[in-house]
Design a protein around this ligand. Structure first.
Ligand code: GLA
Length: 409
C-alpha cells in the first residue's frame, strides 16, 4: 500500500490517485495504445451481520477506497495479470487459461475471466476475443473486512465487459464475481459482497434480501450523516477457518430447528419463539449463533424502518446492539474492535457503531453527524493508542457508487 492509500481519500481525489496508477501501468507494460481505467469500490456493511449465508437481509454501502484496474488489449492473444502490490503474476494464452486455482491473488480475476469468457463464447460462438494486459492497484487494505476480493472481481468484470464490448448487466457481472469467489477460489462466502459492490448507488444504502436476492436502494442524507471506518490494523491468519466454522454452526442450527417450522428454507425463517422453545436441542455454541442470526434479522428490519423514517438515532442504536451480539453471541469480535466501538458510541454526534465484515480484526464502521468528525478522530486515536500503543487508521465516507470507468486526460 502506498502512503496515500493508508491515508485514504475523499471525494474527487480518486482521479488523482488513478493518474498515479496510469504511470505504474506504463512502467509495467511499456508505451502503446492508451489503456482503459476502471475503479471498483470496497464496501462496509451497516446492518445484517453474518446474515447473507443465512438468507437474511443486509444493508451495505460502498466507500471510495477500492481497486484500480488498468487494461489494454494485446494482439498476441495473451493474458497478463499483474499487481502493484504483489509480485505474483499470471501469463497465459487466452485460449489456454489455467483452469485450476493456484492459491494466489490472481485466482480472483482469473475466475472472473473464465466465467465471462464462457458467457461471451456462448453469446457469440466463433467470434475472436482479444487478449489483454491488466494492472491492479488501489487503496483498499487487504484482509481488513472491506471486501477487497469482491472489489477486484467486479473491477475485472467491468474492465473486461468494456474490452470485449459485451454490455453485460450489473447482475451478470455480479454473478461472474460470485462464481469466481465461491466456485473457483472456493470461499464459503455469502452473496453480500459482490452484490454490495455491483449494485451500489451513490448516497444510498443497499437493502439486499439474501433469500430472494431482491434489492432496494434507501437514500442517506449526506448533510445529516456520514460514515467513518476505523481500522484496528489487526489481521488474523485464522480468520477464514473461524468464518467457515460460523457458517457450519449456522447450518447445524437450521438443520436441528427446521423440522419445527414447516416451509422454512434457511435459518432466517426460524422464529425467535421456536428457537426459545427448542434451544435445549442445540449445542450451546450453536444456540448462541442462532440467537444472533434470528435477533439480527429483527434488528436489520428495525434499522431499515428507522432509516426510512429519518430516525438516525434509531438506526445507530441497532448497529451498536448488533456489535454487542457479534461479541457475545457470535464471538467474532476482538478487544481492539470493542475499544473502537465503545469509544465511538460515547462520542457526541455518533449514532452507532459496530465491526464490519466477518470480524476477528479489521475495521469498525461508525454512523455520525458530519460535524462530529474531528472529535471522533481525536477520541478514537487517544483511547486506542492508550490501550494498544498504536493508532487506528480513520477515514470518512459518504455512500459511494459501484464499479465505474474513469476518464483520465
Ligand atoms: C464476510 C463474508 C460476507 C459476510 C460477512 C459477514 O465479509 O465475505 O459474505 O458473510 O463476512 O456479514
Amino acid at each position: 500500500m502506498t502512503r496515500e492509500a493508508q491515508r485514504g481519500i475523499g471525494a474527487g481525489e480518486l482521479e488523482g490517485l488513478l493518474a498515479g496508477h496510469r504511470e505504474a501501468f506504463l512502467e509495467t507494460f511499456g508505451p502503446g495504445t492508451p489503456p482503459d481505467f476502471h475503479f471498483s469500490p470496497g464496501r462496509v456493511n451497516l446492518m445484517g451481520a453474518h446474515l447473507d449465508y443465512n438468507g437474511g437481509p443486509v444493508m451495505p454501502m460502498t466507500i471510495d477506497c477500492g481497486t484500480f484496474v488498468g487494461l489494454r488489449e494485446r494482439s498476441d492473444g495473451q493474458v497478463l495479470l499483474r499487481s502493484t502490490t504483489d509480485s505474483v503474476e499470471l501469463r497465459a494464452d487466452l485460449g489456454a487459461l489455467p483452469v485450476q486455482r493456484s492459491g494466489d491473488w490472481v485466482d480472483y480475476p482469473l475466475g472472473v475471466i473464465l466465467a465471462l469468457k464462457r458467457k461471451a463464447t456462448a453469446t457469440a460462438p466463433g467470434s475472436k476475443l482479444p487478449g489483454f494486459e491488466v494492472l491492479f492497484g488501489g487503496n483498499l487494505p487487504i484482509g481488513a473486512g472491506l471486501s477487497s476480493s469482491a472489489s477486484i472481481c467486479l473491477g475485472m468484470a467491468i474492465a473486461l465487459d468494456r474490452a470485449w464490448d459485451m454490455q453485460w448487466s450489473d447482475r451478470e457481472r455480479v454473478e461472474a464475481a460470485l462464481w469466481s469467489e465461491r466456485e473457483f477460489v472456493g470461499v464459503h462466502c455469502g452473496i453480500m459482497d459482490p452484490f454490495a459492490v455491483g449494485f451500489a448507488r451513490p448516497s444510498h444504502l443497499l437493502w439486499l434480501d439474501c433469500k430472494d436476492e431482491s434489492i432496494e436502494h434507501i437514500p442517506m442524507d449526506a448533510d445529516a450523516v456520514c460514515v467513518a471506518v476505523a481500522d484496528t490494523g489487526v489481521r488474523r491468519a485464522l480468520a477464514q477457518g473461524e468464518f467457515n466454522k460460523r457458517v457450519a454452526e449456522c447450518a447445524e442450527a437450521y438443520k436441528l430447528l427446521k423440522g419445527h417450522v414447516p416451509g422454512a428454507t434457511c435459518l432466517r425463517d426460524i422464529p425467535a419463539s421456536v428457537l426459545k422453545a427448542h434451544a435445549g436441542e442445540l449445542p450451546s455454541a450453536v444456540q448462541l449463533r442462532a440467537m444472533h442470526v434470528i435477533e439480527e434479522v429483527a434488528r436489520a428490519n428495525s434499522a431499515r424502518d428507522s432509516l426510512l423514517n429519518g430516525d438516525l438515532g434509531g438506526f445507530g442504536a441497532q448497529m451498536s446492539a448488533a456489535h454487542a451480539s457479534l461479541d457475545k453471541n457470535f464471538e467474532v469480535s476482538v478487544p481492539e474492535l470493542d475499544v473502537l466501538v465503545d469509544t465511538a458510541v460515547h462520542c457526541p454526534g455518533v449514532f452507532g457503531s459496530r465491526l464490519t465484515g466477518a470480524g476477528f480484526g479489521g475495521c469498525t464502521v461508525i454512523l455520525l453527524e458530519p460535524s462530529a468528525k474531528q472529535e471522533l478522530r481525536a477520541r478514537l486515536s487517544a483511547d486506542f493508542s492508550a490501550r494498544f500503543g498504536s493508532t487506528p487508521t480513520i477515514q470518512f465516507f459518504q455512500a459511494g457508487g459501484g464499479p465505474r470507468r474513469i476518464e483520465l486526460d
